[in-house]
Design a protein around this ligand. Sequence first.
Ligand code: PSU
Ligand code: MN
Length: 335
Amino acid sequence: AFFALSRLATLRRHLTSSDTNDKAAGGSSIGGSIKIASEVSEALSLGRPVVALESTIISHGMPYPKNLQTAKEVEAIVRENGAVPATIAILDGTPCIGLSTEELERLATLGNRAQKTARRDIAYVVASGGNGATTVSATMFFASMVNIPVFVTGGIGGVHRHGEHTMDISSDLTELGRTPVAVISAGVKSILDIPRTLEYLETQGVCVAAYKTNDFPAFFTESSGCKVPCRVESPEECARLIEANMKLKLRTGILIAVPIPKEHSASGNIIESAIQRALKEAREKNITGNAETPFLLARVNELTGGASLASNIALVKNNALFGAKVAVALAHLRQ
Ligand code: PSU
Ligand code: MN
């Protein structure tokens, strides 16, 4: 009951600030106000299941129009399984929790003209009134702000290959170390250094669990060859894990890895050779920093003749199905 009360209090605070912002004619939202879709705020205040979704996957992760189609289908899967989807993005400087169809379309057509927004970019995009597609780190930040405990994506960022020299380590990992949101993903792509990513998560104190497997999945394939510290067998077990993490006030995130369904997993060899080639091209073209992940995703898709995109879409939908069930189980547990 205390949980529900503090949740409501936080929400009311945000709703108030959002109302104030709405009255300020067309201005951006300096001062930290946000806009929560009415369907989402209603579900949150009633303790009903909500699933947060990121938006970089729409703008930078997939080409138009498949990005839009996938975003809509993912939201539909969340609904069909009893939860309310809340896609998160910054539009005209206002962080939005829950997007309308028109807003999804806007992001999808903006593509990489939307700013890829990780935690470090949030203040700038808000202050300049820009359009920001939130990565896993920024989406976790906003989900936590409005008390959405479950967040579904495709793959998270990690330690990049050669990260021990470049120090290119995704802020998704440090966010998982500081923000109590459960992130459901298909693991980490092998464009990244998976063993070092898992080491880094351990250092950050992040609980990493895999669904019905002992192996950490590698996004396009079911296994990376790395073991996970925890294994969960059901959405209910995941919900208990999230609840224990909250009750203990560990304040860290949880990474729940769901392997890509067998029938959609791409051939490991084809993907791996495409990744090797894309990585080499990135080095030659000097593509670094936050441009690297979008470049590699697009190039691997080209090199595999669209096979990687098809796998990507299938695994995101599978994660949405699982995530909705986790959110429903968690809401049930908290009643
Ligand atoms: N991996 C994917 N698809 C994506 C991303 C990662 O398979 O769209 C996006 C996510 O938004 C993730 C971000 O949070 O890339 C990580 O970017 P970086 O490596 O620059 O931290
Ligand atoms: Mn980076």
